[in-house]
Each structure stands twice: as C-alpha cells, then as structure tokens.
Design a protein around this ligand. Structure first.
Ligand code: F6R
Length: 619
C-alpha cells in the first residue's frame, strides 16, 4: 500500500508532482507529504490526512515554485499511527537525505537499535525512517561514494518488502528501489524521470515507461544520467522502454460525481473489451491467448480439479468461477482466500490441479506470495490480473482482463471483467471435451450480446436510487442468494459494508434457516437475489420464512421471476432476463449501484472509504 512518487530532471512545478500523487491516493490516504530541493535546501512539508490538506497547508507558499528533484508520498499506515510525524518523507539527522517508502522493512527494529547506538535520533514510529538514517550512516562510514553505492550496500541488510525513492540534496542524486512492491519509471524529453507506484500518475508526463523488475535499483546522477542495477543478480541490467497506449482521461471523472459511478457505467465497454478477439462468432469457439491455451491444452488430461485463489472482491469472482467450473466442465472445483490457502499447500497433488489466480492489481501480497510458492513447487497456474505490467502479469501465464484502470477503491468493473474472463476459460475447457455442445454455442452468442443488455439496464437506475433513499438508514442488512447467486450476495454485502459502513452479512439462501434467521426482524432488511431459474420456488419458500418474521425484503428479480415473487416482498429491483451464467454479473451491477447510492446519500467518501487501500501489498 502507500503511493510513492519521485522526480528528477529539469525544473518543474511541485504542484505537478502533487497532482500526480493524487492519482495514487487510492493506495492509502492516512497522510501525505512532499520533499524537494529548493535553492540548495531540502524543503519538506507533510501532514496527517489527505493530499488536499497538504495543499492547503502550503498556504500558497511553495505551491507555485519549481524544483529539479522531488519526492512525495501518500500513506496507508502500518507502523505508527497516522499523524504528522509518521507521515513520509523521512529525513536523516543532517536533513540532507529524504526517503519515501511503500512496503514493510521487517527487520527495522534491530537496524534502528544499531543506529540509535551509533547516535542517530529517530522521530517517528515508522519502519521507513531507518532508510534515511541508514543512508546517512553509510555515508558517514564511507561505505559508498554516491547514493547508488550506498544503496547497494544497504539493500543487502533489508528484510521485507520495499519500494522506495531516496534523494540526496547534497550530491543531487536520486535512487529508486523495487523489491516486492511495485515501482515504475516514466521517461520524457530524454533525461527527465518520473517514478511512481502506478502508471496513471506517470501518464500526466509521458507514455514511455520502464516497469522495474524485482531487485532493480534505478539510479540518476547529478547530470541526470541513469543506470539500472539488479541487486538479486548483482549486475547492471538493461530494461526495455515500453509505450503505454492508455489515455489520460481514464484517470479523470469525466463529469461523474465519483470514479465509482463512472466505473460502474463503463461496464458494457469492459465486457466488450474483455471478450474482444477471444470469441469467434462464425465458428462459435473461444480463442484464448496462445500461452493460456497452450497451458490448458498441456494439462487438461492430467488435472481433475480447478482451484481459484484470490482476496476480497477477486475472491468472490473466484467463487463464481467455482460454480462455473462445476456447471460447465467435468472437473471438480474450489475457491480459497489466498491468505488461507498458504497454510494448506502441503500434501497437495499439484499435477491434478489447475490454479486460477485472480487479482485486479496483480500486486496483492497475500495472493502473490501463495502464487509464487505454488509456482516454485511446479504448479499449473493461470493468473488473471487487470494491471498490465503487474507482478501477477509478468511472473505467470496471464489472461488479463481489460477493464482499464480502476480508481475507485471499491472494485466494480474489474469484478465484471474477471467474471467474463473466468467464464471464457471455462468455456474453452468445455469446448476441448465437447466441441459441439449446444450450451456452449448458445452461451457464446449470449455473451456477445450481453454488453448491449447491460448498457440498456444502466440507462435508468432511478428505481435503485429511490430504494437507496428508503433503506439508507438501516444499520444491518442480510444478503441472500442461492447457487450462482451466492458469490454475488457476498460481493453485494461487501460493497455495502466497505463504502457505506453498514453492517451486511451474506449467506447462501438455504443456510438462512440454520442460524441467521434469528437476526430477522423489522430492523434488518434482506436483499434477496431471485433470478428466474429452476430454484425459484425454493427461494420463494425462504422469502416467506422471512416475511413470517416481519423481515423487510428487497428482491432483485428479472422480468420472468417478477410475477412469481412480487406479492411476497416489500420492494423489487427488476432486471432483464438473461442467460443463467450471465445473471450473476448483471445482478451484481444492480447491487453496486445500490451500495453506491446509499454511500453517496450518507455523504460518505465513496471513492476513498476509510481504512482501505486499493492495492494491499502487505500480508
Ligand atoms: C473490494 C476490493 C478488495 C480487493 C482485494 C483484492 O472492493 O477492492 O476486496 O478485491 O483487496 O485486490 P486485488 O484484486 O487487487 O488482488
């Protein structure tokens, strides 16, 4: 978590760097800070709270000034509470070195003690502050003539995960190090360098980027010449400059009140893009990217199980995948939270399993660490990242979603893209075994037209907005769904929890009578997902059980189930009837809108809910 930005080159306005930092605020917003070289001095400004507070704290003082060397940081607190002192950048004793850091230095306590014994005075409770003091200490002890040489010695002492940028105001040098946390370099006008945790904040300056690899040290000297050294292989390395085709508008709200609403509305396009060239409507086949197809073809006769691993919303997509696999292939299937699977990787017959690992950011520590362990053991793995260039994308055979950058902290369009990608994988597996399957052909046809239905549905959401007004003040919600709708009940409840801070529990509908029913009364409404399918009368029985206990029910129905359900519930949200395998995706979009409107009506910070960060790079 945390977002770091660095800059070195010709003089630019520091406000430009602060604006870039703002595009990383989704990574954490407990505090913000900046340090820059100005008239020979190292100027630092930082505070608890968001970047807007940092801007107002300048009082117009430094805002319009320029600098040739700048670092900035937005924090998601791990070590030390969010306050002004724990905010980054951190300095050395002589105020010559400044550092911003994303990650955790696990052995910071012992390193800090050694430095204190040598006379260093620490001011913060963070693990990160040891970096600036270590640099100072190594210079004091002549363990390096420049920032690069010093850092090369220092990284050998560090344990944990770290992406950091350090500047030396005296030598006018900058160093950026990537280890287990992401860091990307943007290059413009030959020798101007913008460094960031993610691509959007670089796009304001350039589309030419170098995604650093694990272990890379990026060093820029006084004359703005750079080199990259990888400390894992211990030699200088050349990295290709890549061209990013994304448009900067993806990082703008484009007239919407929030990124979350914009991203919900983008879903028809996301569906179309994720399918592009992956389904062939002449022959009704799924065309997977070569590497993914080759891997599946290679293992298909050996495996008997498809296992989905992920966290949070991506886990819910994986859980939906579990149902897709059961229904569409001959294989067994399961889904696990990545953080839990880590402890049960022993005694597994890896040859029998195809792992599908899902992560929007491609940087989630819980997900990446278990994936790497499985990879080392020789497991068959397909990654589904959204962020191109992320660790999941680079280190594994990857089948990327094409949702574009998601800025709202709560995942919306990326869930939809993940569900579509997982469906495609299962359709491909199905087609290997049974090419002429009519279900397959029909589903491919329906998939192709799905974006049109979603687009039409998104044209009018008045009814959902009205229900949000009616229900926004309830303090607890129950979300129920059966079979393919169970993962959606979980995801709908998560959306409501994380952005509106309303407690919401989700269960498979059949489980309600085994305990949660005790919670039902007139103060606990149920969001019940009831599409038209063979389970409808079972759902109707559960609905009546809730009504018998004075529970209020909002039913999500389609225009086929509406008539059957209408008289038994308090309110309905009506969706178009679609293919059974697409129902979950459509129903989820309605729940995203409900959560969005509730949170907005409550006046909450929809795009940046409290305590969260979009990319969770700590375990
Ligand atoms: C919820 C949300 C999180 C993420 C989770 C995994 O709206 O965004 O639950 O889904 O942190 O993130 P990724 O998919 O980046 O691995």
């Amino acid at each position: 978590m945390c977002g770091v930005v660095g800059y070195k080159g010709k003089e630019i306005k520091i406000i430009d760097i602060i604006n870039s930092l703002k595009l990383l605020e989704y990574r954490g917003y407990d505090s913000a800070g900046i340090a820059f070289s100005y008239n020979g001095n190292l100027v630092i400004q930082k505070n608890e709270g968001k970047i807007d507070k940092l801007l107002s704290s300048f009082n117009g003082k430094y805002k319009d000034i320029s600098s040739n060397m700048i670092i900035a940081h937005t924090r998601w607190a791990t070590h030390g509470i969010p306050n002004d002192i724990n905010a980054h950048p951190h300095l050395d004793c002589k105020k010559r070195i400044a550092v911003v850091h994303n990650g955790i230095i696990e052995n910071y306590k012992e390193l800090k003690q050694e430095l204190i014994n040598k006379g260093h005075v620490f001011v913060s409770d963070t693990d990160s502050e040891i970096l600036s003091h270590l640099i100072e200490d190594f210079f004091n002890d002549n363990k390096g003539n420049n920032l690069f040489e010093v850092i090369l010695n220092i990284v050998a002492k560090l344990k944990g995960a770290f992406a950091f940028v350090a500047i030396d105001n005296e030598l006018q040098e900058l160093v950026a190090v990537r280890y287990e946390s992401p860091l990307i370099i943007g290059i413009f006008d030959n020798n101007n360098y913008i460094i960031s945790s993610d691509i959007p904040s670089i796009l304001r300056f350039t589309k030419k980027i170098i995604p650093l690899e694990n272990g890379d040290i990026f060093y820029v000297n006084k004359n703005n010449e750079y080199k990259i050294w990888n400390f894992l292989v211990n030699k200088e390395v050349k990295r290709n400059i890549e061209f990013i085709s994304w448009d900067i508008s993806i990082a703008e709200k484009s007239g919407y009140k929030h990124f979350m609403l914009k991203e919900i509305m983008e879903q028809p396009k996301v569906i179309k893009d994720t399918l592009l060239e992956r389904i062939d409507l002449n022959s009704y086949v799924v065309n997977l990217d070569d590497k993914v197809k080759n891997l599946i073809d290679l293992v298909i006769d050996k495996i008997d199980n498809v296992m989905y691993l992920a966290c949070g919303t991506s886990y819910h997509a994986g859980l939906l995948g579990k149902y897709y696999t059961w229904e569409l292939t001959n294989f067994n299937s399961d889904a696990f939270y990545a953080s839990e699977y880590r402890y049960i990787t022993k005694n597994i017959n890896l040859e029998k399993i195809l792992y599908i690992i899902i992560s929007q950011s491609g940087e989630t520590a819980d997900t990446l660490f278990v994936s790497r362990e499985l990879k080392n053991l020789g497991a068959n793995i397909i990654g589904i990242p959204n962020v191109i260039g992320s660790s999941l994308y680079r280190e594994f055979v990857s089948f990327p979603t094409r949702a574009g950058i998601e800025i709202g902290v709560a995942a919306t369009k990326t869930f939809t893209a993940q569900a579509i990608a997982i469906l495609l994988l299962n359709l491909y597996i199905n087609s290997i075994k049974d090419e002429d399957n009519p279900i397959l052909k029909n589903l491919i046809k329906n998939l192709n037209e799905f974006h049109i239905i979603v687009d039409k549905f998104l044209e009018d959401y008045m009814n959902i907005q009205e229900l949000a007004i009616k229900y926004k003040d309830y303090e607890n919600f129950l979300y129920l769904g059966r079979n393919l709708m169970y993962p959606i009940a979980l995801e709908g409840a998560l959306k409501l929890k994380e952005i509106s801070y309303i407690h919401a529990e989700a269960y498979p509908s059949g489980e309600m009578k085994h305990g949660p029913i005790a919670l039902i009364d007139s103060k606990m409404p149920t969001m019940y997902l009831v599409p038209y399918n063979e389970l409808i009368y079972k759902n109707l029985s559960n609905i009546q059980e809730i009504k018998a206990r004075k529970g209020k029910i909002i039913a999500l129905v389609d225009n086929k189930s509406l008539e059957i359900v209408r008289d038994y519930v308090d309110d309905v949200i009506v969706l178009p009837y679609v293919d059974k395998f697409l129902q979950p995706i459509l129903f989820n979009i309605a729940l995203q809108l409900f959560a969005y409107f509730v949170a907005d009506l409550k006046g909450l910070d929809v795009d940046q809910p409290r305590n969260l960060a979009k990319s969770v790079t700590v375990e």
